[in-house]
Design a protein around this ligand. Structure first.
Ligand code: C5P
Length: 244
C-alpha cells in the first residue's frame, strides 16, 4: 500500500492522568493519596517510601548519608518492590519485608538527608515515572507536582502547622507500638521541613498551579471532600469521577 492510501486516522495515545499530593511530613498526604486512589481505582506512588528504602539500604550496606557517589549507585540498583498485601502496600527490600521498619523517625531523618543529593533524585526519577499506568496515578511526595509529574491534571499541596503534624505523627507512632517523644518529634519535623524546603534540588514548595490546602484544623474527611471537589472541577478527570 502506498503511503497515500494508508489510513490517516492515527491511534489516540492517552497518557494516564496523574493527581499529585505534595506537602511536608505529617500533613496527611499519604492517607489522602491512598483514599483518593481507592475511590478512583488509580495506582498510588508513595515517593517518600523510595527515599526511606534507600536510607535503610544505605544503613544496611554501611554507606554514609553524605556519600553521594555510593548512594547514587545504590539508588540506581535499589532492589525494592511495592507489593499489594490485601489492599495495603507491602515494601520489600532485598527480599525482606520492611513495611514497618522504614517508618521510624530515624529512617525519616536519614531519608531527608539522602533526598537532598541531586544524583540520588535523578537516579530515582525513572522508577517514579514507571508508576504512571492506566487508568491513572495518585502520587504523593514533595516534588510530584513541580518536578516528577509537572503535567499532572490536578496538583494539591497539603500543609498544616508543625505542632499539628507532630501530634499526628506522635499518635501514629504510639498506635503502631513505637516509643515516641512529642517534643522531640516537633523539633525533628521542623528540622526536616527546613532541610526539605531549603535544599537546592526539588525543594518542598507548591507548584505554581497547585491548590494549597491547610489541614491544621481539618479532619481527613473534610480534606478528602475538598480534594474531591477539586477533582470534579478538573476536566480530564471527569470520566473517572462519573464511575463513582
Ligand atoms: O514522606 P516521607 O516522610 O515518607 O518522606 C521521607 C523523606 O523523603 C522526606 O523528609 C523528604 O526529605 C524525602 N522526600 C523527598 N521527595 C519526595 C518524597 C520524600 O525529598 N518526593
Amino acid at each position: 500500500m502506498s503511503a497515500d492510501l494508508e489510513p490517516s486516522v492515527k491511534p489516540i495515545v492517552t497518557i494516564p492522568p496523574v493527581i499529585t499530593i505534595d506537602g511536608p511530613s505529617g500533613s496527611g498526604k499519604g492517607t489522602i493519596a491512598h483514599r483518593l486512589a481507592v475511590k478512583l481505582g488509580f495506582h498510588v506512588l508513595d515517593s517518600g517510601a523510595l527515599y526511606r528504602l534507600l536510607a535503610l539500604a544505605a544503613q544496611q550496606h554501611g554507606v554514609q548519608n553524605n556519600n553521594e557517589a555510593a548512594l547514587q549507585v545504590l539508588a540506581a540498583h535499589l532492589d525494592a518492590q511495592f507489593q499489594d498485601n490485601q489492599g495495603e502496600a507491602m515494601l520489600v527490600l532485598e527480599g525482606e519485608d520492611v513495611t514497618h521498619s522504614i517508618r521510624t523517625e530515624e529512617i525519616g531523618a536519614a531519608a531527608s538527608k539522602v533526598a537532598a543529593l541531586p544524583s540520588v533524585r535523578e537516579a530515582l526519577l525513572q522508577r517514579q515515572h514507571a508508576f504512571r499506568e492506566t487508568p491513572g496515578l495518585v502520587a504523593d511526595g514533595r516534588d510530584m507536582g513541580t518536578v516528577v509529574f509537572p503535567d499532572a491534571s490536578l496538583k494539591i499541596f497539603l500543609t498544616a502547622s508543625a505542632e499539628a503534624r507532630a501530634e499526628r505523627r506522635y499518635k501514629q507512632l504510639i498506635g503502631k507500638g513505637f516509643a515516641a517523644d512529642l517534643a522531640a518529634i516537633v523539633e525533628d519535623i521542623k528540622a526536616r521541613d527546613l532541610r526539605d524546603s531549603q535544599r537546592a534540588v526539588s525543594p518542598l514548595k507548591p507548584a505554581d498551579d497547585a491548590i494549597v490546602l491547610d489541614s491544621t484544623a481539618l479532619g481527613i474527611e473534610a480534606v478528602l471532600s475538598k480534594v474531591w471537589e477539586a477533582a470534579q472541577n478538573t476536566p480530564n478527570l471527569q470520566q473517572f469521577l462519573t464511575k463513582q
